[in-house]
Write a protein that binds this ligand. Sequence first.
Ligand SMILES: *Cc1c(COP(=O)(O)O)cnc(C)c1O
Length: 388
Amino acid sequence: MRSQDYDRLYLSPPHLGRHELNYVSKAIEDNWVAPAGPNLAGFEADICAAVGVPYCVALSSGTAAIHLGLILLGVGPGDEVLCPSFTFVATANPIVYLGATPVFVDSEPATWNLCPERLREAILDRMAKGKKPKALILVHLYGMPAKLPEILALAQEFEIPILEDAAEALGSEWQQQPLGGFGRVGVFSFNGNKILTTSGGGALVTYDRALAERARFLATQAKDDAPHYQHSQLGYNYRLSNVLAGIGRGQMELLHDRVKRRREIFAWYREHLANLPGLTVALAPEPAGSRSNRWLTTILLNPADPDAETVSNLTPETLRRHLETRNIESRPLWKPLHLQPLFADAPVYGGAVCADLFARGLCLPSGTAMGDAELRRVKEALTEALSA
Ligand SMILES: *Cc1c(COP(=O)(O)O)cnc(C)c1O
């Protein structure tokens, strides 16, 4: 097997620019690979500027940021945390790290994110059972803004703090305001498949200076202010390295371009796949006020529209396997967490909407380095599969 397969079209590979190496070289020339240093401070300032929030703590992963964020919101053993069922497992795992229980809520069809009606039902029912949810995790799947006005109003009405998991939504906006700044705590991921990457990394953002300071403290082993190693609280080793933050600095310069290209790729698919029978490019159009970074373009098979021409025996898995024969990577949509064996015992409100999306959906290659020739390759492979 070749170590790198140049012919393969990956789903969302890293796409480096020209300046990452300068920042990384500087860290090495200055012998400043550790501890926290200029790249880390610069990367955090870049994120603050892009998201429009005053405080940022760069961390080793998005998962670490969610874990610390939940601690900042006071989540502990026995608590319940509201969470969409339709998301990557990393959204919910930190709830369990803390000995708390996720309460899963279904999606609504327009954005695939938290359904406000199911969310209200969940809050009222948990309260009737004697337990008010301690926090709410809000996710913007595939970069598409969730129904923010409705969800923010519910959080305010019931005084439940929001952790905004914007891991997939860096560069997305709601009414011209960047996502990530709508909760008490916001989270980004710089994992290798995200719109920007540090190879692995994450960030926590907040308007609250005390929360940011506490996140920094907890992320560096919770060392008390003393000359010796003194510890009164449980800490973690979650800081990002100054070397990786250098990659992040170079990447942040490209955010605008990368969002532009992801959106072009989405528009290309939407235009060129329009006539394929039994298949639709999903999440189009954008709801009013929303601007998605279009992290991944997704398709749905056999749309519910009874007038649509359907290809009934085709499943996302047969399509995925066909693309694989053409050396094209595609992936099913996130498998809902309420259907995961790991969370078999967790409460769930609704669930049919996201289960149906999972049964019919597929993510297409959406990497920003792709050109039109690669996009045509995907279209040809899809056409073959649909006419087979
Ligand atoms: C990628 C992702 C995470 C986790 O981020 P890591 O940096 O990989 O730990 C969390 N939530 C969502 C929705 C994600 O897509």
